[in-house]
Design a protein around this ligand. Structure first.
Ligand SMILES: [Zn+2]
Length: 334
């Protein structure tokens, strides 16, 4: 048995799957575990699943529960960090759910809570593409679009804990309906979900595209990053067009964020950026440059792909857990 007490569990809870990493005090990953988020299950059953995934990862590292010092979990929605409550996670059907205290009871260690994309931003900022920039913006594109802000080296939470919702900035007045109920949000025109809607509409209107066939071949019901990547490799014209439009909107978003916040770095994270890298981020950067207010920003603001891929959220939670453990009297639940 390894003697590595004092490890941290970083947990990223998504609407479809959860990811756990166990890290030592130098943020080295000792083990990982993945599990499906069983939608439609009672919240308490999902807490049981999360605890099981943590134990599985600990076992994988040759450790047990007594080696765990703390855990931090990122939830898909706004959270109350002090009380460990998930205010709203529509993907999971959670409203006012006390995830922190319940998971702490299961694991027997302090459990901190964070918004998933904020955690991803902290991960990229500290251990990934962010290189510990003083001011940084994270933009994570997946089925939705989320963001996080690092201001003066710290996660900027806003006055009510809700800062960083870059996906719901208005970009097309009276545009397509967004999952949030408003129209024309960036998420409604540039997320993977929006791209899939546009590809399907183009095919329905008679355009030729291999996307549906690729989905069938890969046994996917959704247009995943791997389907998008394969379609682009085949130079599928509908996919190229839809991708270019999404990149243009994201470029405008990045320019708005740079003009507002004057950061050193914008990290584009999430599955698409992870899979396509520069092929995805390059055009976003070029479109952004067209709308920079300060011309010098073209040279001095880095717009880059994330480095941590799917681990960004879980690793960010590891960093946050260590940070909050160090703060005497910081919010935790036992
Ligand atoms: Zn929205």
């Amino acid at each position: 048995m390894l003697k590595r007490k004092n490890v941290i569990a970083g947990i990223d809870l998504g609407g479809t799957s959860m990811q756990v990493v166990i890290a030592d005090n130098r943020n080295n990953i000792l083990a990982e575990a993945k599990a499906l988020t069983r939608r439609g299950k009672k919240p308490q059953e999902i807490v049981t699943d999360i605890a099981a995934a943590v134990v599985e990862a600990l076992t994988g590292a040759g450790l047990n529960r007594s080696d765990l010092a703390a855990a931090c979990i990122g939830a898909p929605g706004p959270v109350d960090r002090e009380r460990g409550i998930v205010h709203e996670a529509p993907n999971l059907g959670w409203y006012g759910f006390p995830l922190g205290p319940l998971l702490a009871k299961r694991l027997g260690v302090p459990v901190m809570l964070e918004n998933d994309v904020n955690a991803g931003t902290v991960g990229e900022h500290t251990l990934g593409a962010g290189a510990e920039a003083t001011n940084l913006v994270g933009v994570f594109v997946g089925t939705g679009i989320g963001g996080g802000l690092i201001v003066n080296g710290k996660l900027y939470e806003g006055s009510h804990g809700g800062a960083g919702e870059v996906g719901h900035m208005l970009i097309v007045v009276d545009g397509p309906l967004c999952g949030c109920g408003h129209r024309g949000c960036v998420e409604a025109v540039a997320s993977r979900t929006a791209m899939e809607r546009d590809v399907r509409a183009a095919i329905k209107s008679g355009r030729e595209s291999a996307v549906l066939e690729l989905m069938k071949r890969k046994n996917k019901t959704r247009m995943t990053s791997s389907v998008i990547s394969a379609a682009l490799k085949r130079k599928d014209p509908v996919m190229q067009e839809v991708m270019d439009r999404a990149q243009r909107y994201l470029g405008i978003l990045v320019a708005n964020l740079v003009n507002l916040l004057d950061p050193e770095c914008v990290v584009i994270g999430g599955g698409l950026a992870g899979r396509l890298g520069e092929q995805y981020v390059g055009p976003i950067r070029e479109y952004a440059h067209e709308h920079f207010f300060r011309e010098k920003d073209v040279k001095r603001v880095r717009v880059v792909a994330g480095k941590l891929g799917d681990n960004a959220g879980a690793m960010g939670n590891v960093v946050l857990a260590r940070r909050r453990l160090r703060q005497a009297g910081g919010p935790s639940h036992r």
